[in-house]
Design a protein around this ligand. Structure first.
Ligand code: SAH
Ligand code: SF4
Ligand code: F3S
Length: 428
């Protein structure tokens, strides 16, 4: 008999990709993805613990599906991901209807759950670097590829080093083999995944890996995330030299105030960050930059926040993800004095978002009239009469639907700029 699994995925690209791995592993056991949780024999929550809000979303959804066990007594419920690792006991105690808890370093056990008793799978697992997964990828043209797992940075606000464990890199040979296989199956783009890709190290370093991947000859190669401290001039040179690498970088700044950066344990100053950005923009004028900002880290004064505002105005990012600081138990910042009141965080966040909106629009307007190469992702979600694609610099472009399939590469002239996308016309 056919078995069905339904996965709720929260959090970052790593989780999205982990869900693809779980689905692939389960497919080998005869499972198919269910369209609704009501039809599933196994429901998996792939959770995120980065901020309280993300955790909360999971707990409320977990409560909402509890009744499904009454109508289907054979239904199993598994909690995977970062909350599973971080709050394993709490999940088991608080939710008796949960059968399994499996952390991000133990995804491979997902294939054996149907025969297993109520259990926790949360051991530290450095062998994850050598694990090969069957994968059920969402897209047939763009793929996520893990190159490393875990994080050793211990930024003082962050839960990830506790949930994903110590940093381990996949052997380059297995990464290269995976990407060659993707190319053979028609994939056009890969995004390399790691919490801090610049510290990739196996037999070769990150730049060495990029050179090998470039030779495979995919249309586009991207990577996330770079830590500003570890971004080397060799990497910048590789971005200039290697034709498959895209002209786009996500480089989380977190704060514009040196005192806050230090308290965050980020190990760079604002001036050092700017120096690297200056170098990149000098060598690749078309590069686009996006960033993450945390508002209201403990001790952030109005003048610290003003430094962040100043940084955002000076640098002019193409994209910014700004978050209110959220206390995470077990991290150093959680115990720090001078926690900033919620109302102050909210007010500062709004101010910053408004400033950034004008900057994005200005940056997007500067592209009107330019010709951009876009990779088609499919029909636009908001308007199916339109196609949606992305520039190499990672800007979203819409155009009238001309029948081009997903994965097609088109040249378009940009005609209109909006806050979150551009609109263009195909060049004939
Ligand atoms: N390894 C990546 C991604 C980390 S999580 C990196 O270093 O950039 C993504 C973003 O979430 C972080 O860049 C940070 O801005 C934000 N974040 C992490 N912990 C947070 C917390 N406790 N409160 C608010 N935002 C947080
Ligand atoms: Fe968290 Fe810092 Fe590691 Fe990123 S680099 S995952 S912010 S500890
Ligand atoms: Fe990602 Fe959330 Fe874990 S951002 S690493 S799923 S805490």
């Amino acid at each position: 008999m056919k078995k069905f699994v339904f996965i709720y995925t929260y959090g970052c690209q790593m989780n999205v990709h982990d869900s693809e791995k779980m689905l692939g592993t389960l497919a080998q056991e005869g499972y198919t993805a269910a369209t609704v949780p009501e039809k599933a024999d196994l429901i998996i929550f792939n959770t995120c613990a980065i901020r309280e809000k993300a955790e909360h979303k999971f707990y409320s959804q977990l409560g909402r599906i509890k009744h499904l066990k009454k109508s289907n007594p054979l239904l199993k419920i598994a909690v995977a991901g970062c909350v599973a690792q971080d709050s394993r006991q709490k999940v088991m105690k608080r939710a008796p209807h949960v059968d399994f808890v499996l952390g991000p370093q133990n995804l491979h056990v997902v294939g054996n759950l149907q025969t297993s008793k109520r259990n926790l799978y949360v051991d530290e697992n450095p062998d994850i670097a050598y694990q090969e997964y069957a994968m059920h990828r969402e897209s047939a043209t763009r793929a996520w590829v893990s190159i490393m797992y875990g994080c050793n940075n211990f930024c003082s606000y962050c839960i990830v080093p506790y949930t994903r464990g110590r940093e381990v890199s996949r052997p380059s040979s297995s990464i290269v083999a995976e990407i060659k296989g993707l190319k053979e199956r028609g994939y056009r783009e890969v995004t390399l995944l790691g919490q801090n890709v610049n510290s990739y190290r196996s037999d070769i370093d990150f730049v060495g890996l990029l050179r090998q991947i470039d030779r495979i000859g995919l249309e586009r190669v991207r990577f996330v995330t770079s830590h500003p401290r570890d971004l080397s001039t060799a990497l910048i040179d590789a971005l200039v030299e290697l034709p498959t690498l895209c002209n786009n970088l996500h480089l989380p700044l977190q704060s514009g105030a040196d005192a806050i950066l230090q308290a965050m344990n980020r190990k760079y100053t604002y001036a050092e960050y700017c120096e690297k950005i200056g170098l990149i923009r000098g060598k690749i004028p078309s590069v686009t930059l996006s960033t993450d900002i945390i508002i209201g880290f403990p001790g952030e004064s109005e003048s610290d926040f003003e430094q962040t505002v100043k940084a955002i105005k000076e640098i002019e990012f193409d994209g910014m993800f700004a978050f209110k600081y959220s206390k995470r138990k077990g991290t150093r910042a959680c115990e720090m004095a001078d926690q900033v009141p919620e109302s102050v965080k909210a007010e500062r966040l709004n101010r910053l978002l408004m400033i950034q909106e004008d900057i994005v629009l200005k940056r997007n307007r500067a592209l009107v009239g330019s010709v951009q190469e876009i990779l088609i992702e499919g029909a636009s979600e908001t308007d199916p009469s339109m196609l949606m694609g992305r520039t190499r610099s990672n800007k979203i472009v819409t155009l009238d639907h001309n029948g081009a399939p997903e994965g097609a590469v088109l040249n378009v002239i940009i005609e209109k700029a909006r806050h979150h996308s551009l609109h263009g016309k195909e060049l004939s």
